[in-house]
Ligand binder design. Structure first.
Ligand SMILES: *Cc1c(COP(=O)(O)O)cnc(C)c1O
Length: 406
Protein backbone atom coordinates (compact mmCIF):
# COMPACT_ATOMS: atom_id res chain seq x y z
CA UNK A 1 0.00 0.00 0.00
CA UNK A 2 1.39 3.32 -1.04
CA UNK A 3 1.40 5.61 2.00
CA UNK A 4 1.74 9.33 2.19
CA UNK A 5 4.06 11.66 4.01
CA UNK A 6 1.54 12.58 6.71
CA UNK A 7 3.37 15.80 7.46
CA UNK A 8 1.59 17.15 4.38
CA UNK A 9 -1.70 16.82 6.25
CA UNK A 10 -0.42 19.26 8.87
CA UNK A 11 -0.05 22.03 6.30
CA UNK A 12 -2.50 24.87 6.83
CA UNK A 13 -4.19 25.40 3.50
CA UNK A 14 -3.18 28.82 2.31
CA UNK A 15 -6.27 30.44 0.93
CA UNK A 16 -4.55 33.79 0.56
CA UNK A 17 -4.14 34.08 -3.19
CA UNK A 18 -7.20 32.01 -4.03
CA UNK A 19 -9.31 34.11 -1.63
CA UNK A 20 -7.98 37.25 -3.24
CA UNK A 21 -8.76 35.85 -6.71
CA UNK A 22 -12.31 34.96 -5.64
CA UNK A 23 -13.04 38.40 -4.22
CA UNK A 24 -11.51 40.06 -7.27
CA UNK A 25 -13.57 37.89 -9.65
CA UNK A 26 -16.79 38.61 -7.74
CA UNK A 27 -16.10 42.35 -7.80
CA UNK A 28 -15.24 42.29 -11.50
CA UNK A 29 -18.44 40.46 -12.31
CA UNK A 30 -20.51 43.01 -10.42
CA UNK A 31 -18.56 45.94 -11.90
CA UNK A 32 -17.60 44.91 -15.44
CA UNK A 33 -16.87 48.51 -16.50
CA UNK A 34 -14.21 48.97 -13.79
CA UNK A 35 -10.55 48.41 -14.73
CA UNK A 36 -8.80 46.91 -11.74
CA UNK A 37 -5.24 47.89 -10.85
CA UNK A 38 -3.28 45.02 -9.38
CA UNK A 39 -0.71 46.00 -6.78
CA UNK A 40 -1.01 42.67 -4.99
CA UNK A 41 1.28 40.00 -6.29
CA UNK A 42 5.04 39.97 -5.92
CA UNK A 43 5.79 39.67 -9.61
CA UNK A 44 7.66 42.12 -11.79
CA UNK A 45 5.94 43.70 -14.80
CA UNK A 46 8.69 45.24 -16.95
CA UNK A 47 10.63 43.59 -19.78
CA UNK A 48 14.06 41.99 -19.35
CA UNK A 49 17.01 44.38 -19.75
CA UNK A 50 18.17 44.66 -23.34
CA UNK A 51 21.63 43.31 -22.45
CA UNK A 52 20.00 40.09 -21.18
CA UNK A 53 17.85 39.76 -24.32
CA UNK A 54 20.93 40.16 -26.55
CA UNK A 55 22.83 37.54 -24.53
CA UNK A 56 19.86 35.17 -24.71
CA UNK A 57 19.58 35.52 -28.50
CA UNK A 58 23.27 34.95 -28.96
CA UNK A 59 23.29 31.87 -26.73
CA UNK A 60 20.28 30.43 -28.56
CA UNK A 61 22.19 30.83 -31.84
CA UNK A 62 25.15 28.99 -30.32
CA UNK A 63 22.83 26.09 -29.54
CA UNK A 64 21.86 25.95 -33.25
CA UNK A 65 25.27 24.84 -34.44
CA UNK A 66 27.11 21.58 -33.62
CA UNK A 67 30.39 23.40 -33.09
CA UNK A 68 29.06 25.70 -30.35
CA UNK A 69 26.22 23.55 -28.99
CA UNK A 70 26.26 22.85 -25.23
CA UNK A 71 24.67 19.88 -23.46
CA UNK A 72 24.73 19.35 -19.69
CA UNK A 73 26.74 22.03 -17.93
CA UNK A 74 28.29 21.84 -14.46
CA UNK A 75 25.50 21.28 -11.88
CA UNK A 76 26.77 24.23 -9.81
CA UNK A 77 26.60 26.59 -12.79
CA UNK A 78 29.04 27.72 -15.45
CA UNK A 79 32.31 29.23 -14.30
CA UNK A 80 31.64 32.41 -16.31
CA UNK A 81 28.54 33.14 -14.23
CA UNK A 82 29.90 32.03 -10.84
CA UNK A 83 33.01 34.18 -11.35
CA UNK A 84 30.94 37.23 -12.31
CA UNK A 85 28.67 36.78 -9.26
CA UNK A 86 31.54 36.35 -6.79
CA UNK A 87 33.41 39.36 -8.19
CA UNK A 88 30.50 41.79 -8.68
CA UNK A 89 28.04 40.93 -5.92
CA UNK A 90 30.52 40.13 -3.14
CA UNK A 91 34.22 40.93 -3.65
CA UNK A 92 33.30 44.40 -4.97
CA UNK A 93 31.57 45.03 -1.61
CA UNK A 94 34.47 43.73 0.44
CA UNK A 95 32.76 40.41 1.11
CA UNK A 96 35.14 37.51 0.78
CA UNK A 97 33.24 34.96 -1.33
CA UNK A 98 34.80 32.72 -3.99
CA UNK A 99 33.23 31.47 -7.20
CA UNK A 100 33.25 27.88 -5.94
CA UNK A 101 31.03 28.92 -3.03
CA UNK A 102 28.25 29.93 -5.49
CA UNK A 103 25.57 27.42 -6.52
CA UNK A 104 23.53 28.61 -9.50
CA UNK A 105 19.92 27.44 -9.54
CA UNK A 106 16.53 28.04 -11.13
CA UNK A 107 15.10 29.93 -8.18
CA UNK A 108 15.51 31.23 -4.66
CA UNK A 109 12.10 29.74 -3.88
CA UNK A 110 13.44 26.23 -4.51
CA UNK A 111 16.76 26.91 -2.79
CA UNK A 112 15.21 28.45 0.33
CA UNK A 113 12.72 25.58 0.37
CA UNK A 114 15.22 22.79 -0.27
CA UNK A 115 18.09 23.85 1.93
CA UNK A 116 16.58 22.46 5.16
CA UNK A 117 16.87 18.93 3.69
CA UNK A 118 20.51 18.60 4.67
CA UNK A 119 19.79 19.08 8.38
CA UNK A 120 18.38 16.76 11.00
CA UNK A 121 14.61 16.68 11.44
CA UNK A 122 14.88 17.25 15.21
CA UNK A 123 16.56 20.67 15.14
CA UNK A 124 14.83 23.82 16.43
CA UNK A 125 13.82 26.17 13.64
CA UNK A 126 13.15 29.90 14.06
CA UNK A 127 11.05 31.63 11.42
CA UNK A 128 9.89 35.25 11.25
CA UNK A 129 6.22 36.26 11.39
CA UNK A 130 5.06 37.84 9.07
CA UNK A 131 6.94 35.76 6.52
CA UNK A 132 7.37 34.46 2.97
CA UNK A 133 5.42 31.18 3.42
CA UNK A 134 8.02 28.87 1.81
CA UNK A 135 10.22 28.67 4.93
CA UNK A 136 7.41 27.45 7.16
CA UNK A 137 5.74 25.04 4.76
CA UNK A 138 8.92 23.24 3.74
CA UNK A 139 9.78 22.63 7.40
CA UNK A 140 6.26 21.32 7.97
CA UNK A 141 6.67 18.90 5.06
CA UNK A 142 9.97 17.72 6.53
CA UNK A 143 8.33 16.95 9.89
CA UNK A 144 9.90 19.70 12.02
CA UNK A 145 6.77 21.65 12.92
CA UNK A 146 4.45 19.57 15.07
CA UNK A 147 0.73 20.25 14.71
CA UNK A 148 -0.82 23.63 14.03
CA UNK A 149 -2.91 25.23 16.75
CA UNK A 150 -4.66 28.53 16.10
CA UNK A 151 -2.48 29.29 13.13
CA UNK A 152 0.84 28.48 14.79
CA UNK A 153 2.89 25.29 14.59
CA UNK A 154 3.76 24.07 18.07
CA UNK A 155 7.25 22.95 17.11
CA UNK A 156 8.46 26.16 15.45
CA UNK A 157 9.90 29.23 17.12
CA UNK A 158 8.28 32.39 15.77
CA UNK A 159 10.34 35.56 15.50
CA UNK A 160 7.69 38.22 15.84
CA UNK A 161 7.74 41.40 13.82
CA UNK A 162 5.56 44.13 15.33
CA UNK A 163 5.10 47.85 15.28
CA UNK A 164 7.18 48.14 18.53
CA UNK A 165 10.27 46.51 17.04
CA UNK A 166 9.80 48.06 13.60
CA UNK A 167 9.14 44.55 12.23
CA UNK A 168 12.76 43.56 12.94
CA UNK A 169 12.47 40.54 15.27
CA UNK A 170 14.52 40.29 18.44
CA UNK A 171 16.82 37.33 19.10
CA UNK A 172 14.92 34.24 20.28
CA UNK A 173 14.61 33.69 24.01
CA UNK A 174 15.57 30.02 23.65
CA UNK A 175 18.37 28.27 21.73
CA UNK A 176 17.54 27.61 18.07
CA UNK A 177 19.57 25.78 15.43
CA UNK A 178 18.31 27.09 12.09
CA UNK A 179 17.24 30.72 11.58
CA UNK A 180 15.49 32.19 8.56
CA UNK A 181 15.93 35.90 7.89
CA UNK A 182 14.87 37.97 4.88
CA UNK A 183 16.10 41.54 4.27
CA UNK A 184 14.90 43.67 2.53
CA UNK A 185 11.83 41.87 3.78
CA UNK A 186 8.91 40.41 1.94
CA UNK A 187 6.19 41.35 2.95
CA UNK A 188 7.12 44.30 5.20
CA UNK A 189 9.82 45.97 3.08
CA UNK A 190 12.01 46.62 6.15
CA UNK A 191 15.79 46.41 5.97
CA UNK A 192 18.33 45.42 8.60
CA UNK A 193 21.29 47.57 9.57
CA UNK A 194 24.82 46.27 10.00
CA UNK A 195 24.51 46.24 13.80
CA UNK A 196 21.18 44.39 13.65
CA UNK A 197 22.65 41.71 11.39
CA UNK A 198 25.76 41.55 13.58
CA UNK A 199 23.56 40.53 16.55
CA UNK A 200 22.22 37.60 14.56
CA UNK A 201 25.67 36.55 13.37
CA UNK A 202 27.01 36.72 16.95
CA UNK A 203 24.03 34.73 18.22
CA UNK A 204 24.58 32.06 15.57
CA UNK A 205 28.28 31.80 16.40
CA UNK A 206 27.58 31.46 20.13
CA UNK A 207 24.89 28.83 19.60
CA UNK A 208 26.50 26.99 16.68
CA UNK A 209 23.36 27.68 14.67
CA UNK A 210 23.02 28.52 10.99
CA UNK A 211 21.32 31.53 9.39
CA UNK A 212 19.54 31.16 6.06
CA UNK A 213 19.58 34.72 4.74
CA UNK A 214 17.19 35.52 1.89
CA UNK A 215 18.45 38.58 0.02
CA UNK A 216 16.15 38.32 -3.02
CA UNK A 217 15.46 42.08 -2.80
CA UNK A 218 19.07 43.18 -2.28
CA UNK A 219 19.08 45.21 -5.51
CA UNK A 220 16.46 47.60 -4.08
CA UNK A 221 18.80 48.84 -1.34
CA UNK A 222 19.80 52.40 -2.13
CA UNK A 223 20.79 53.63 1.36
CA UNK A 224 24.62 53.41 1.29
CA UNK A 225 24.73 52.56 5.02
CA UNK A 226 22.78 49.33 4.63
CA UNK A 227 24.55 46.01 4.03
CA UNK A 228 23.60 44.22 0.80
CA UNK A 229 24.94 40.86 1.88
CA UNK A 230 25.23 39.16 5.26
CA UNK A 231 28.89 38.53 4.37
CA UNK A 232 29.55 42.23 4.90
CA UNK A 233 29.30 41.29 8.60
CA UNK A 234 32.42 39.87 10.30
CA UNK A 235 32.06 36.20 11.14
CA UNK A 236 29.11 35.56 8.82
CA UNK A 237 31.17 33.22 6.64
CA UNK A 238 31.06 30.71 9.52
CA UNK A 239 27.32 30.79 10.16
CA UNK A 240 25.32 32.02 7.16
CA UNK A 241 24.04 30.84 3.80
CA UNK A 242 22.67 33.51 1.46
CA UNK A 243 19.97 33.21 -1.21
CA UNK A 244 19.94 35.60 -4.14
CA UNK A 245 17.81 35.74 -7.25
CA UNK A 246 17.75 37.49 -10.61
CA UNK A 247 13.92 37.45 -10.41
CA UNK A 248 13.28 40.81 -8.77
CA UNK A 249 16.73 42.25 -9.59
CA UNK A 250 16.52 41.90 -13.36
CA UNK A 251 12.99 40.74 -14.18
CA UNK A 252 13.83 37.00 -14.34
CA UNK A 253 10.64 35.72 -12.64
CA UNK A 254 9.63 33.96 -15.85
CA UNK A 255 13.17 33.29 -17.09
CA UNK A 256 14.40 31.58 -13.88
CA UNK A 257 17.87 32.07 -12.48
CA UNK A 258 19.07 32.45 -8.90
CA UNK A 259 21.96 31.35 -6.73
CA UNK A 260 22.88 30.29 -3.22
CA UNK A 261 26.12 31.17 -1.46
CA UNK A 262 27.54 28.50 0.84
CA UNK A 263 30.88 29.58 2.33
CA UNK A 264 33.33 26.78 3.00
CA UNK A 265 33.69 27.99 6.62
CA UNK A 266 30.06 27.08 7.49
CA UNK A 267 29.88 24.02 9.71
CA UNK A 268 27.08 21.74 10.83
CA UNK A 269 27.45 18.94 13.35
CA UNK A 270 26.79 15.25 13.83
CA UNK A 271 24.99 13.99 16.93
CA UNK A 272 28.35 13.40 18.57
CA UNK A 273 29.54 16.91 17.77
CA UNK A 274 31.85 16.22 14.82
CA UNK A 275 31.81 19.03 12.28
CA UNK A 276 30.93 18.66 8.60
CA UNK A 277 31.07 21.48 6.07
CA UNK A 278 27.65 22.67 4.93
CA UNK A 279 29.28 23.26 1.53
CA UNK A 280 30.05 19.56 1.06
CA UNK A 281 26.51 18.55 2.03
CA UNK A 282 24.84 21.10 -0.22
CA UNK A 283 27.20 20.26 -3.08
CA UNK A 284 26.23 16.61 -2.73
CA UNK A 285 22.52 17.42 -2.57
CA UNK A 286 22.68 19.85 -5.49
CA UNK A 287 24.68 17.59 -7.81
CA UNK A 288 22.44 14.62 -7.00
CA UNK A 289 19.09 16.34 -7.46
CA UNK A 290 19.71 19.22 -9.84
CA UNK A 291 21.12 19.53 -13.33
CA UNK A 292 21.72 23.25 -13.49
CA UNK A 293 20.11 26.10 -15.37
CA UNK A 294 19.91 26.25 -19.16
CA UNK A 295 22.94 27.70 -20.93
CA UNK A 296 21.09 30.63 -22.58
CA UNK A 297 19.59 31.67 -19.23
CA UNK A 298 23.00 31.59 -17.54
CA UNK A 299 24.35 33.79 -20.34
CA UNK A 300 21.42 36.18 -19.80
CA UNK A 301 22.22 36.28 -16.07
CA UNK A 302 25.90 36.94 -16.82
CA UNK A 303 24.81 39.94 -18.93
CA UNK A 304 23.36 41.54 -15.76
CA UNK A 305 27.01 42.22 -14.80
CA UNK A 306 28.06 43.71 -18.15
CA UNK A 307 28.48 47.49 -18.23
CA UNK A 308 25.28 47.94 -20.26
CA UNK A 309 23.46 45.38 -18.08
CA UNK A 310 24.39 47.18 -14.86
CA UNK A 311 22.99 50.48 -16.12
CA UNK A 312 19.79 48.84 -17.37
CA UNK A 313 19.24 46.99 -14.10
CA UNK A 314 19.75 50.21 -12.16
CA UNK A 315 17.11 51.90 -14.33
CA UNK A 316 14.69 49.04 -13.78
CA UNK A 317 15.13 49.17 -10.01
CA UNK A 318 14.92 52.98 -9.95
CA UNK A 319 11.63 52.78 -11.84
CA UNK A 320 10.04 50.46 -9.26
CA UNK A 321 11.51 52.41 -6.35
CA UNK A 322 9.98 55.58 -7.73
CA UNK A 323 6.60 53.79 -7.77
CA UNK A 324 7.21 52.63 -4.20
CA UNK A 325 8.01 56.11 -2.98
CA UNK A 326 4.93 57.51 -4.73
CA UNK A 327 2.71 54.91 -3.04
CA UNK A 328 4.25 55.44 0.39
CA UNK A 329 3.94 59.23 0.21
CA UNK A 330 0.36 58.90 -1.01
CA UNK A 331 -0.66 56.60 1.83
CA UNK A 332 1.14 58.71 4.43
CA UNK A 333 -0.56 61.85 3.22
CA UNK A 334 -3.88 60.06 3.74
CA UNK A 335 -2.86 59.49 7.36
CA UNK A 336 -1.71 55.88 7.22
CA UNK A 337 1.46 54.64 8.95
CA UNK A 338 3.76 52.96 6.44
CA UNK A 339 7.02 51.10 6.55
CA UNK A 340 9.12 49.78 3.65
CA UNK A 341 9.03 51.20 0.15
CA UNK A 342 12.37 53.01 0.54
CA UNK A 343 14.85 50.23 -0.06
CA UNK A 344 12.23 47.73 -1.14
CA UNK A 345 9.40 47.38 -3.67
CA UNK A 346 6.89 46.66 -0.89
CA UNK A 347 5.01 49.13 1.29
CA UNK A 348 3.55 47.74 4.51
CA UNK A 349 0.60 49.77 5.65
CA UNK A 350 -1.20 49.84 8.98
CA UNK A 351 -4.84 49.58 7.87
CA UNK A 352 -6.17 50.67 11.29
CA UNK A 353 -8.45 47.67 11.42
CA UNK A 354 -8.42 44.14 10.10
CA UNK A 355 -6.47 43.25 6.98
CA UNK A 356 -9.34 41.85 4.96
CA UNK A 357 -11.69 44.78 5.58
CA UNK A 358 -9.03 47.16 4.34
CA UNK A 359 -8.43 44.90 1.34
CA UNK A 360 -12.19 44.94 0.60
CA UNK A 361 -12.38 48.72 0.92
CA UNK A 362 -9.55 49.26 -1.55
CA UNK A 363 -11.11 46.77 -3.93
CA UNK A 364 -14.71 47.95 -3.77
CA UNK A 365 -14.10 51.68 -3.44
CA UNK A 366 -10.97 52.13 -5.55
CA UNK A 367 -10.71 49.03 -7.75
CA UNK A 368 -7.18 48.44 -6.42
CA UNK A 369 -5.94 44.99 -5.43
CA UNK A 370 -3.44 44.71 -2.56
CA UNK A 371 -2.42 41.79 -0.33
CA UNK A 372 -3.88 41.42 3.19
CA UNK A 373 -1.06 41.18 5.72
CA UNK A 374 -2.85 38.47 7.69
CA UNK A 375 -1.97 36.09 4.85
CA UNK A 376 1.70 36.29 5.86
CA UNK A 377 1.22 35.26 9.48
CA UNK A 378 -0.45 36.24 12.73
CA UNK A 379 1.67 39.36 13.12
CA UNK A 380 0.56 40.58 9.70
CA UNK A 381 -3.03 41.07 10.92
CA UNK A 382 -4.11 44.68 10.61
CA UNK A 383 -1.71 45.44 7.77
CA UNK A 384 -1.77 45.31 3.99
CA UNK A 385 1.10 45.01 1.54
CA UNK A 386 1.12 47.16 -1.58
CA UNK A 387 3.59 46.25 -4.28
CA UNK A 388 5.38 48.73 -6.56
CA UNK A 389 5.51 46.24 -9.43
CA UNK A 390 3.35 47.95 -12.05
CA UNK A 391 3.62 50.84 -14.50
CA UNK A 392 3.98 54.34 -13.06
CA UNK A 393 0.79 55.34 -14.89
CA UNK A 394 -1.16 52.58 -13.13
CA UNK A 395 0.38 53.47 -9.79
CA UNK A 396 -0.61 57.14 -10.25
CA UNK A 397 -4.14 56.12 -11.21
CA UNK A 398 -4.34 53.72 -8.23
CA UNK A 399 -3.25 56.40 -5.78
CA UNK A 400 -5.67 58.95 -7.25
CA UNK A 401 -8.52 56.48 -6.80
CA UNK A 402 -7.41 55.53 -3.28
CA UNK A 403 -7.21 59.23 -2.42
CA UNK A 404 -10.80 59.76 -3.56
CA UNK A 405 -12.04 56.62 -1.82
CA UNK A 406 -10.49 56.90 1.65
C1 LIG B 1 10.38 36.54 -5.03
C2 LIG B 1 11.11 35.98 -3.87
C3 LIG B 1 12.16 35.07 -4.04
C4 LIG B 1 12.65 34.72 -5.42
O1 LIG B 1 12.14 33.56 -5.88
P1 LIG B 1 12.60 32.95 -7.27
O2 LIG B 1 12.25 31.52 -7.09
O3 LIG B 1 14.08 33.16 -7.42
O4 LIG B 1 11.83 33.64 -8.35
C5 LIG B 1 12.81 34.58 -2.93
N1 LIG B 1 12.48 34.98 -1.69
C6 LIG B 1 11.50 35.88 -1.49
C7 LIG B 1 11.22 36.33 -0.11
C8 LIG B 1 10.78 36.39 -2.57
O5 LIG B 1 9.79 37.26 -2.35
Amino acid sequence: MIRINENYLKLQASYLFSDIAKRVAAYQQANPEMTLIKLGIGDVTRALPDACIKALHQAVDEMASDSSFRGYGPEQGYEFLREAIAREDFQARGANIDADEIFVSDGAKCDSGNFQEIFSTDIRVAIPDPVYPVYVDTNVMAGRSGQAQEGRYQGLVYLEGKRDNGFIPELPGEPVDLIYLCFPNNPTGVTASRSQLKQWVDYARENRSLILFDAAYEAFIKDPELPHSIYEIDGAREVAVEFRSFSKTAGFTGTRCAYTVVPKDCMAYTKTGDSVTVHSLWNRRHTTKFNSVSYPVQRAAEAVYSSAGKIQVQELIAYYLNNASFIRQGMESLGYDCIGGENSPYIWIDGKGDSWSFFDRLLSQAGVVCTPGAGFGKCGEGYIRISAFNSFENVQEAMARIGRAL
